[in-house]
Design a binder for this molecule. Sequence first.
Ligand SMILES: Nc1ncnc2c1ncn2[C@@H]1O[C@H](COP(=O)(O)OP(=O)(O)OP(=O)(O)O)[C@@H](O)[C@H]1O
Ligand SMILES: [Mg+2]
Length: 1108
Amino acid sequence: MEVKTSLLDNMIGVGDMVLLEPLTADSFLENLRNRFDHNEIYTYIGSVVISLNPYRSLPIYTPDKVEEYRNRNFYELSPHIYALADEAYRSLRDQDKDQCILITGESGAGKTEASKLVMSYVAAVCGKGQEVNKVKEQLLQSNPVLEAFGNAKTVRNDNSSRFGKYMDIEFDFKGDPLGGVISNYLLEKSRVVKQPRGERNFHIFYQLLSGASDETLKKLKLERDFSKYNYLSLDSAAVNGLDDAANFRTVRNAMQIVGFMEDELHSVLELVAAVLKLGNIEFKHESRCNGIDESRIKDKNDLKEMCELLGIEQSVLERAFSYRTVEAKLEKMSTTLNVAQAYCARDALAKNLYSRLFSWLVTRINESIKAQTKARHKVMGVLDIYGFEIFEDNSFEQFVINYCNEKLQQIFIELTLREEQEEYVREGIEWTNIEYFNNAIICDLIENNQNGILAMLDEECLRPGTVTDETFLDKLNTICGEHQHFESRLSKNSKFLTDHSLPHNCFRIQHYAGKVLYRVEGFVDKNNDLLYRDLSQAMFKANHNLMKQLFPEGNPAKVNLKRPPTAGFQFKASVGTLMKNLQTKNPNYIRCIKPNDKKTPHIFTDSLVRHQVSYLGLMENVRVRRAGYAFRQPYEPCLERYKMLCRRTWPHWRGPAREGVEVLMGDLQVPHEEFSYGRSKIFIRNPRTLFFLEERRRQCLRDLATLIQKIYRGWKCCSRFLLLKKSQVVVAAWYRRYAQQKKYQQIKSATTVVQSYTRGWQARKLLRELKYQKKCEKAATTIAAYWHGTQARRELRRLKEEARRRHAVAVIWAYWKGLKVRREYRKFFRANAGKKIYNFAIQRIAQKYFLGLKSSLPSMSPIDKSWPVRPYVFLDGVHSELRRIFHLWRCKKYRSEFTSEKKAVFEEKLEASELFKDKKTLYPSSVNQPFKGDYLEISKNPKYQKLSSTVDEKVLLADVVNKINRANGKGTARIFLLTKKNFILADQKTGQVKASVPLPDVTSVSVSTQSDGFFALKLREGSASAVKGDFLLSSEHLIELITKLHHVGVTAADQEQLNVDISDEFLVQFKQDKVCVKFIQTPPKNGNGASCKRRNNRLLEVSVPLTV
Ligand SMILES: Nc1ncnc2c1ncn2[C@@H]1O[C@H](COP(=O)(O)OP(=O)(O)OP(=O)(O)O)[C@@H](O)[C@H]1O
Ligand SMILES: [Mg+2]
């Protein structure tokens, strides 16, 4: 069951200041302090949340707390920022009302933290899903990026926002975030070039130098040492509890999540580096001949590096720091800058560069986080803007900041009153006018278009002639002098003439939050916020994407002689837009208060808080809230809370809640002027009445508690007694049962003992009788056994005797029979058995031999000479016969596979073998050579075309031979053609036939026994061919040639067989003479061919080298 609680329960002090009684500044302060001391940092003023900065982390922002405050009514739980966030989110989601959350307070009061808490709460309770989570993550991650570039350590806050921020978070109809839009206000850019003592420049400079990798720093031409940069103050470079390096990583990561590209990130860092470099540029005097001082850059290295970073031409920037071009209508004039002016120009450039970079960042983030759909959005705006600032030395910045706060106060009063009034109308309560201070008059003093301070300042800035801060003050004195909130020493109001707290160069404004003294120095310059056109043009010329976007006015094509709007004017316009925006939304206020100046927990400085309470107008706020009715509550919870105060409503009221409340109030006799009945709520005028009700409720609760206690105790005792009684009966029953059970067990065991004795005695008696019977039976059996034994042994002996005799007879008979048979068959046995065994053995051996041979036969190749070993000597003949038969058989098989061509070749080879084998040494070398026949390819070769045409028949052999000359033994190359009928010798070169000899004329051929190729063809004596004598020739294919010649002789039927003489000496007929050709062997020489020499008329000697 849900427990109904209320803000009024367990309250430390008063949770809602509206109920504070009595309401004074002291009691207000005391209540805040009391709550602060008990870690209650949040307190309400109606629906406004006051937040005190605890300066330490409290365990009140856990996910459990989020769940606790989720979907609960605002006043149901103790005050918390989550209650406000929940209320705003639910009325946005459920009632379709756009919301804005206005967070104000002075620097360090916790505004930024509060805005982050609100955003994180909304992110936690709104819808989930991949797309929604991405949007949430991007919205949340925009914070670290903006904080790095827009926050700095100041004396008041280590993470002070130096810009105002308004963020619209857009939701769809379900309450899921769609995206957001961020607006930024007035970045404190003067910090870029100068920081007050004890303060730092913007975080990003320190983060970059501490956190970037060496490689990145090198690319950006930076060094890690802060002291190298003029723009970085050193006295507070390191801040306690701030890890710049880690934050740099967080920022990079956040930028990636938000959607910055890697090159964009790098460009941004380049600009940051450029600002640091710019600060290091220094100038020196240089006197010119005309006596005018001119500035020159001292050391150009930093300038060079900066120009390289931004892609600017160094000479252009150098010139822009030395000269200034003034354009008026159509005239252009160039004036020189002195050193002071050059420094001013440098700083103005740095400030402009950085502030424009910051604005670009905001635009870029907006691009990423903007809602993707065009559907209608509900909007929740969160405004984290600088609070009211009162310093010792207040300048232009404080002036515009305080103006903004005046406007916020105005809208606050307006909206609070409007809300109050609307509620009264809604509830039908009569409206009573409320007295309050309206600060519209102060706003008018500042923003009036005719004679407001900002308008005066603009007028002064735009006026021709000499304009100084003093002339501006004079103008104020004349125009605003009589305004009741304006104070100046020289104003028309003479009462300030002697006011020494008001210096001459200052003016004072009575803001709603107190008086602030402004020093006019710098007002004009800061309002002008001018950057020389030469510089903006130089920046536009930069070869750097981002720079071009940042300085669009530098584009020479768009030269605009009109002055840009002043800073004051721009700020007024943006504040105006913001106010219009806020007015359309339902406001929710968080007023942040800083408890001490030391940034330390547990310290509550009265004076400091009192001051803030006063200038935040919190008392005013309470008074406005209490002016009509201090407290209001819907009828249902009111009846639920107080129904115990009246018998008729307690414990249940069956009718409508309003009637119940009326009965209750009547019964309690609360005076009628103290409350009013609205349509759905009761309105209580004075907190005292509420406290009276609360007090009565407390008393009643006490009485009720006593009553409940009484009844409870009675009930408890009674039920205890009944329980005891019931227990006693149970215990008695259990005990009786136990006693009876025990007695029964005893009787049972006694009976068992008696029974067992009786049974024992009976059994023993029976046993004795049985034993006697058994003994008698055993004796009779033994006697019978002995008697049968004697009988059996006698019979056995007799049978054994008989069996022995029978066996003896059988043995004797067998011996005798055996003897007889052996005598009869001895003569046949030996002769037959020997022959049979022999035949058998031989058969077995032969069988084994054949089977063995079958499995070990050699291959089918005819040249395979292997043959299994002979196993038995007596098989020798068979073995070699079988080898022969096998060889013949496989040769036959081999031959049967021959084609007719192959057969002819082999026949020829066979013939050669028959002619020359073992007769001529040359023969073995010819065996491997294929007998090709036509070595000259006579019919195909065109060279021998003529020769081939003279030969009609088929050429069997065509080769080149040497014809040996008888005169000197030298050879002449000749073509040798062999056909079936002739052989022809022809000139090798011309192909002319030298001799054509019919084969029948050849009687024999002579060759040597050696390895030479000489041969003599002997011709038939008396034949026509033999006129010139025989032919002595030599050929490389001697064996083939002679074999073919011989073969033609053999195959031709009409020819006689050609004789082949093989001898180392033979005669050759040369014409009439016979010459002896003699072959001798010589030792091997280099050339291994045979050579022929003529020895004398009758002898040709052929030397044949010995073949090895
Ligand atoms: N609710 C909180 N719980 C714990 N610490 C807090 C809380 N609110 C603020 N702080 C602490 O106070 C410091 C200052 O808060 P914050 O930066 O929000 O101040 P601010 O009002 O935004 O100041 P400025 O106007 O200078 O930006 C924070 O850095 C944080 O340490
Ligand atoms: Mg801040």
